[in-house]
Design a protein around this ligand. Structure first.
Ligand code: ZN
Length: 310
């Protein structure tokens, strides 16, 4: 399936308060909320999407905020760190910007400068200085172009045993690109800019407990449904049973469990977030999946108000 996977598509996390989640990703990190909708399976829960101007694949953090959720616990079988790419030389400005919100840690890892930060639900995030990232940033939330987030840099998967997940990623077109401190870096030679997955092997760690602040699943990008069908066939040949393709309104998705326990998704770049809103107004009104449209009045009364949603 070499050349079919373009990199990350989106990362979906669990959260608690929607307003705090929204404020952090839009105001602190400066991402654009590109869609305000609800969970397909639990329409009384928001599904929020944050990314670049259009929510291009490789830039989109999404969240399911369950208002009273307890915090999750980091461990094996999950994506334990989500990293965003920022320009070289910008981390000092980011330290100043984020310090009032909580502790940050600056370090060099695999030759890159990065700043570790925690989101409002204790989610583990990093900003990584990535040279030569040509992706255009969203600057509409007041973060200047010379420091603004370009999209994802990587996710780190924490695993009891990394080899079998490395083999899956090799099948998906990734190649080993370095090692440091129990982490094996896997990278796609070409793609959408979000081309790195780090595998952190930690045989002694406890299994993760997924709740607020945990990554629920990691989605990889393919161009279209035909490519997705080919990927699904090749996964089946390798022993991975993915779900049938599911219409998620803004992309088509298949899901399967990776060997280390992390839920993987393969999502299409089509049709994208302008399917039901103009590029100018993305994210500013509550969009409901067709099967939940009749619940609108009830949901509007129930869901926590979010800044910038009419
Ligand atoms: Zn997803």
């Amino acid at each position: 399936m070499t050349d079919k996977i373009n990199g990350l598509h989106h990362v979906t996390m669990l959260a608690s308060r929607a307003s705090a989640n929204n404020a952090f990703y839009t105001q602190a990190l400066g991402l654009r909320r590109v869609k305000t909708t609800v969970n397909f399976d639990a329409p009384d829960v928001y599904h929020l999407y944050f990314g670049d101007e259009l929510g291009r694949p490789g830039s989109v953090m999404t969240s399911f905020p369950f208002p009273n959720a307890a915090r999750g616990r980091r461990g094996t079988g999950e994506a334990s760190l989500t990293a965003f790419a920022v320009p070289v030389g910008s981390l000092g400005a980011w330290e100043d910007r984020l310090a009032p919100l909580g502790p940050t840690t600056r370090e060099t890892f695999l030759g890159e400068e990065r700043l570790l930060v925690e989101g409002p639900d204790g989610e583990s995030l990093a900003l990584v200085e990535a040279p030569g990232d040509a992706r255009l940033p969203w600057t509409g939330n007041g973060v200047a172009e010379d420091i603004a987030v370009r999209g994802f840099h990587s996710v780190t998967l924490t695993l009891r045993e990394a080899r079998s997940t490395a083999e899956l990623l090799e099948l998906m077109g990734y190649e080993e690109a370095g090692r440091e401190g129990g982490v094996t870096r896997m990278r796609l030679a070409a793609g959408n800019g979000a081309q790195v997955v780090d595998l952190h092997e930690d045989p002694a760690a406890r299994p993760a407990v997924q709740s607020a602040g945990s990554v629920h699943h990691v989605a990889f990008s393919v161009a279209d449904r035909a490519t997705q069908a080919e990927v699904r066939r090749e996964l089946a040949q390798a022993g991975f049973q993915a779900t049938p393709s599911i219409d998620r309104d803004y992309f088509w998705a298949i899901y399967f469990r990776s060997p280390g326990g992390v839920l993987f998704e393969v999502a299409t770049d089509e049709p994208g977030f302008t399917r039901d809103e103009s590029a100018e107004t993305l994210g500013t009104s509550l969009k409901l999946p067709r099967q939940h449209a009749h619940l609108r009045d009830q949901l509007v009364r129930h869901l926590e108000p979010i800044e910038g949603v009419a």
